[in-house]
Design a protein around this ligand. Structure first.
Ligand code: ATP
Length: 361
């Protein structure tokens, strides 16, 4: 038996992460930047769903979506042309939207792209948004989050499958990232083996963005001492993802047990109700304080409440969360002001959180 080609190996890996039977009969929007990762993904999905003689043709469809951020002038238009030609080559529908060249920061660019994808999912009635995040992207994301400050859930990286958003109107849409176990080099090697072209984004080479610095400077420096650093970190991230799933269900229960109201956010005082069956409650049960496990769960649950309320998380440090947990357990101050103008006060059986009108909402 001959060894499978690099391209075949790549497609087999995608098939095992995301079997074609799951998407061949529904709509898939493929986000394609023109870069190697999303070009490889697009080619692989197009081949997997191509009608074959003697078999029932798939009833689903693929829409290729490209957002032209216009950050790089002619080069950006070149990316858009490239993606259009690639889609034509496979006979796929293609949607291209141009961004506002003035919206240059990464955050607003990402938001525009996201809105574009959301609109296409709704308009076409598609189920999946397929994105080409690789194992390396995930490792970079986790390192980035760790250096900016994150909790144990953030260290699980991005998920291979997750709802498009928590908003109920988005519940039919799923983001699929079937390439998270594949390394950037392997993906490029697979494309080279079939002589397939892609667009190289020159701005990825510059270290203007801190993400690019992690990719171009930090990781190569780590690999001089630990040649398998990326694989090792990716494995840790994968393990963390499994713990995340377990922790999620404990957090769901915490919020269900503790939350009295959402507006204003009102949580039960844990010293009054005895911990609500939290993990680690046996730990020094008489002390009244939160056990380390309770504290970890409470902090992650609070982060989720913040997220839902749309409050800024960026300036909330570990010591802020710890003080809130102390208040929930009957210790700490009676009132507290947190970053983002969130006022917290103890109110008999409860702790109440109110965000004052921020000057810049
Ligand atoms: N401008 C864009 N238009 C459409 N989809 C995009 C665009 N930029 C990114 N994506 C999608 O989001 C994924 C992750 O984005 P990221 O910025 O990490 O990718 P990239 O490095 O620009 O390109 P690639 O991952 O395709 O090599 C891409 O793999 C692709 O699926």
């Amino acid at each position: 038996m001959t060894n499978p080609s690099p391209w075949q190996e790549f497609c087999d890996a995608i098939e095992s992460a995301w079997p074609v039977s799951r998407y061949r009969d529904v709509g898939v929007v493929v986000g394609c930047s023109g870069g190697a990762d999303s070009v490889a993904l697009l080619r692989c999905l197009a081949e997997a769903t191509r009608p074959r003689a003697g078999t029932t043709p798939p009833s689903g469809f693929i829409v290729v979506a490209h957002f032209n951020h216009r950050f790089r002038g002619e080069a950006s238009d070149g990316d858009a042309d490239f993606v259009r030609r690639l889609a034509d080559q496979f006979g796929l529908a293609v949607e291209i939207e141009c961004g506002d060249a003035a919206a240059r920061d990464e955050e607003s660019a990402r938001n525009h792209r996201r809105a574009f994808f959301r609109n296409l999912l709704g308009r076409y009635g598609a189920r999946y948004l397929a994105l080409g995040h690789s194992r390396d992207d995930n490792v970079e994301t986790v390192l980035y989050r760790m250096m900016r400050g994150t909790g144990p859930l953030g260290m699980a990286g991005v998920a291979p499958f997750r709802p498009f958003s928590e908003h109920p109107s988005d519940s039919d849409f799923v983001i699929a990232r079937p390439m998270l176990s594949l390394g950037r080099d392997q993906i490029r090697g697979a494309l080279r083996s079939i002589d397939a072209a892609w667009r190289e984004d020159a701005s990825n080479q510059s270290n203007t963005y801190r993400r690019n610095w992690i990719r171009n400077e930090l990781l190569p420096a780590m690999e001089t001492q630990f040649p398998h650093a990326v694989t090792a970190i990716a494995r840790a991230v994968e393990g963390q993802r499994q713990w995340k799933d377990a922790l999620q269900s404990v957090i769901d229960r915490w919020i269900e047990d503790q939350q009295v109201r959402e507006a204003p956010l009102t949580l039960r005082r844990l010293d009054r109700i005895g911990g609500g069956g939290m993990p680690g409650r046996d730990w020094e049960q008489d002390s009244g304080a939160a056990s380390p496990a309770e504290q970890a769960v409470a902090i992650e649950a609070l982060r989720r409440c913040w997220h839902r309320a749309g409050w800024p998380l960026r300036d909330m440090g570990q010591h802020h969360w710890t003080r809130v947990v102390e208040m929930l357990y009957g210790g700490g101050p009676d009132a507290l002001t947190l970053p983002g103008a969130v006022d917290v006060r103890r109110d008999q059986e409860a702790v109440v959180f109110v965000r004052r009108d921020p000057v810049f909402p």
